[in-house]
Each structure stands twice: as C-alpha cells, then as structure tokens.
Design a protein around this ligand. Structure first.
Ligand code: HEM
Length: 464
C-alpha cells in the first residue's frame, strides 16, 4: 500500500552528509547502501555526494510506486544509464518510443509459452556442455568456476536465441569485452557528475569493448535483411518492419542485438557464480539439494520434464537472488514532481533502487543474512510484500528474461550437481565485486568431485 496521504504536505528527506556517505560509498558501495537503508528504517534518504544528491529508496511501498503505479513519471535515464548509452543505444534497454517498439518486437520471444517450447533445446545444449567437462576440465583440481559457467551460458544463449548466427569464437570474445564494459564504467557510476568530455579511468577500455560489439553486430544487421523464416532474435529484429510498417535501421537492430546478448549472458553467468560459495557455506542446504537432484535426475541429463520435480532447487535459486541480486542497484530519473513516502521529489532528481539493500531489511525479512531457501515456500511468499523482493525489477520494465533465467539456471545447476559435488577451496562467502552486475570479487575456486565417487567414499563440502 502506498504510504501517501493527499492532505499531508510533502517534506524534505533526511540528508546523509558528504563526510559520512562518500568514504563508505567509495570503499564498499554495496554495503554502504545496505547500512544506510537499515539505519533509515525504510524512510527515503538523500545522499549528499556533493554535486550529485540522489535519493535512496528502500521501502517496498515506495519501490512499487516508482516502478509500477507511477512508472510513467520516471525515466530510465541518468546516473547508471547515461554512461552505458553508447553501448545499449536506443534499444529495449533504454526508454521512450524506441524502448516501447523494441519491447513489442522482442516480447513474443520471451513469453513463458515460447521459452517453454525451447526448453528441450536448451536442455540438450546444457547437458552436452556439462557432460564434456569430464574430458575438458581438470576434475579434482581447483577450477575457477566463472570460466565453465560463462561458456555454458554463452553457448546456450547463442545456440537457442541467436540461431548460431554468432559463432562461439565471436561470442567468447564478446563475453570478455562485456566483462570489460561492466568494470570500466564503475568510475562513471560512482562519480556521475563528471561530464562525459572529462577523461576518466576505464574510458579507453570501454570504447575498445564497444567497438568489438559493433564489429560483430553491425554486419549481422546488414546481412539478415530479408525474412529467413527463423524465430531467433536476429531474424525477428531484422523483419520488425512487418509489425509496425517502419523499416528498422541498422543502428536499432545493432542496439537491440547488443542489449539482448549482454543482458542474456552477463546476468545469468554472474548469478550462477554465486552458487558455489553458497553451497560450501551452507552444507545443510547443499545436502538437501543433492538429495533432491539424486532422487529426481539420478545423475543423468536434466530435461524439461524434471523441472517441476525440483522445487527445492527453485527456492535455492530464489534465495540466491535475494542475497546476491545481480542487478544490485539501478536508478530512475524523476520526470514530473512526485511525493513518495511523504518526500517531495522534483523533476531531474535521481532515485536509487537497490534490491541488495531492500532484500536485507529486517522489517521484511526475518534473519535477513541467513541463507534460507524455505522463505520461498508458497505460504511464506503469500504473506510478503510483492516489492520486498524484486531481483527482476517490476512494472513495464520488468525483466523480459526472468522465465528464461529460471529455466536455464535449473538446467545448468541440475546437470552439474547430478554429476559432480563441488568442494570449495575457500569456504569463505566471497565479497562482491562492483560492476554493472554483482559478481564475486575473488575467483571462485572449486574442485569438482564426481558424484558417484562421493557416494562411495563420503563427501566433504570443504577440504579437511
Ligand atoms: C539473474 C538473471 C537476471 C536478473 C537478476 C535480471 C534483472 C533485471 C532487472 C532488475 C531489470 C529491470 C531494470 C530496470 O527496471 O531498469 C531487467 C530488465 C531486463 N532484462 Fe533482465 N535479468 C536477468 C536475466 C535476464 C535474461 C536472461 C535476459 C534476456 C535474455 C534479460 C533481459 C532483460 C531485458 C531486455 C531487460 C529490459 C526490459 C525492459 O526495460 O523492457 N534479463 N533485468
């Protein structure tokens, strides 16, 4: 329920002074937002960052108002989006008319029905990839899990959604460039008042990475102008004029291809890197998850039919995105004056929304730092505010790939854990690295032991 009462005059938000907010934001931005959210008790607060003074919004009522009820009064523009504009362009990851048009064209590919129809194809790609690990990876030796996970996610998205019009060699180069995009914009995120023409660290790496995307996606936009009858993203974008009578420009096709490639791969791969430290830090959760997978899948290939039989795995994934939401913070720009939580917001103000902070508010989450997948049983979800949990956002910009992620994540985790038991080399829960998405800062080093061997010899989630 929105907290507004029309008769109450709007007030100014409490401001956190520069000397408090700047050092902690520069040292550890993720936890600085959590701390400010916790001490404000869900009130909107203003962060004094000198020339830039955004509002931090953590209360689910207020998030609902901004993302859904009054979404038309806010634009997806400003601090986080402007530095990425040269990358995403006028695509589905923008706002206004071009966003609307892109969403209309791409939506049919991501409906639950269409994604479900692709599940077996994805299941095949993922099972082939994980089966091949035994021959390719150094099983039993420490492995940085980011590598094989990136590769599996990339192959799945490229083969299922790009119809092999992007080669794996190209895709792997782009994934490296994507990582560089995510880290090179950090200074611009943290110091958004610095004008674009002032050079900053990371600018050259950013330009170089964008050029790599241009080199792959502009030629694709030119090549597939006709209707080749395929349902992949490239073909659907290239024949988009049939839907609204307007011929799409190469730039618009390039922008949307880049956006879909980036959001489809980076988010999923980042999210799945958190599985391993979570399992080693929570052996009871791990044991229950292995038991479910062993019973349902039994070490074979996971198919679409198995997914309905893996409810605990689904809850583990939901809880993983509660504590480690990949989109840890995003923003909106106020377009018309608003009152939220009794606070007056003016046109041009920035509001920051942080799933990471809201997902840790004690008012909405009992023992918020504990990893407890059973928070997501139907009974417990029913009693909770819809916007206490928003890893995929909400309202008109709600993540188009949510259902796809849920299926892909279950297929990947199920195939890996059906065959292997991860033994963590560093049982600490790793700290997040700041970038466009939330990834562990350190490498996630894991030894994979064949599950069948563990059954015979016993299994320890961390080395003794
Ligand atoms: C762990 C997985 C994922 C997370 C946590 C996630 C999170 C989000 C969030 C928070 C938003 C809303 C941004 C905003 O309101 O400004 C969003 C939007 C979006 N996501 Fe995802 N995402 C994930 C996976 C995916 C996948 C697999 C795809 C595509 C294949 C995808 C494509 C998109 C697109 C295109 C948008 C923009 C939608 C629009 O504005 O209309 N995402 N995502």
């Amino acid at each position: 329920m929105p907290t507004e009462t029309a008769s109450e005059p709007a007030r100014s938000a409490r401001t956190i002074p520069l000397r408090h907010v700047l050092p902690s934001l520069l040292r550890d931005p993720v936890n600085a937002l959590v701390e400010i959210g916790a001490t404000s008790g869900g009130e909107i607060v203003r962060l004094n960052l000198g020339p830039f003074r955004p509002y931090l919004v953590t209360h689910p009522d207020h998030i609902q108002q901004i993302l859904r009820s009054n979404s038309a009064s806010y634009a997806r523009d400003g601090v986080f989006w402007r530095p990425l504009r040269r990358f995403f362009g006028d695509s589905i990851v923008s706002d206004g008319q071009e966003w609307k048009r892109s969403r209309k064209v791409l939506q049919p590919i991501f409906t639950a029905r269409h994604v479900d129809s692709l599940t077996e194809r994805m299941a095949g790609v993922i099972a082939d990839e994980v089966e091949a690990w035994s021959g390719k990876l150094d099983i039993g030796q420490p492995i940085d899990m980011a590598g094989p996970i990136n590769r599996t996610v990339t192959r799945t998205i490229v083969q299922t959604f790009f119809g092999d019009k992007v080669t794996m060699a190209e895709a792997e180069r782009l994934v490296t460039a994507l990582d560089s995009i995510g880290t090179s914009v950090v200074f611009r995120f943290l110091l958004p008042f610095v004008p674009e023409w002032v050079p900053m660290p990371g600018d050259a790496a950013f330009r170089d990475a964008v050029r790599k995307f241009d080199e792959v996606f502009f030629p694709l936009a030119q090549k597939y102008r006709g209707n080749d009858g395929s349902e992949d993203i490239v073909s659907v974008l290239c024949r988009a004029q049939e839907l609204d009578g307007r011929k799409p420009s190469h730039q618009w096709i390039r922008d949307n291809l880049v956006s879909m490639f980036a959001s489809g791969i980076e988010t999923t791969a980042s999210a799945l890197t958190w599985v391993w430290p979570i399992l080693s830090a929570n052996p009871d959760v791990a044991a229950r998850l292995y038991a479910e997978i062993d019973e349902v899948v039994g070490g074979g290939r996971v198919t679409g039919a198995h997914l309905a039989e893996l409810p605990y795995m689904k809850r583990v994934i939901q809880e993983m995105l509660r504590l480690h939401p990949v989109a840890w913070v995003f923003n909106r720009l106020v377009m018309t004056p608003q009152t939220v939580g009794g606070v007056a917001l003016r046109r041009g103000d920035t509001v920051l929304l942080s799933p990471y902070a809201t997902h840790r508010l004690e008012t909405f989450w009992d023992r918020p730092y504990e990893f407890d997948p059973d928070r997501f049983t139907a009974d417990r979800v029913r009693g909770r505010h819809r916007y206490a949990y928003f890893p995929f956002g909400g309202g008109p910009h709600m993540c188009i790939g949510m259902h796809l992620f849920e299926i892909e994540a279950q297929l990947i985790i199920g195939n890996i854990l059906g065959r292997f038991r991860p033994v963590s080399c560093d049982p600490q829960i790793v700290t997040p690295r700041i970038g466009a998405s939330l990834r562990p800062r350190e490498q996630v080093q894991v030894m994979l032991r064949p599950a069948a061997e563990c059954e015979k010899d016993g299994y320890e989630p961390v080395p003794r």
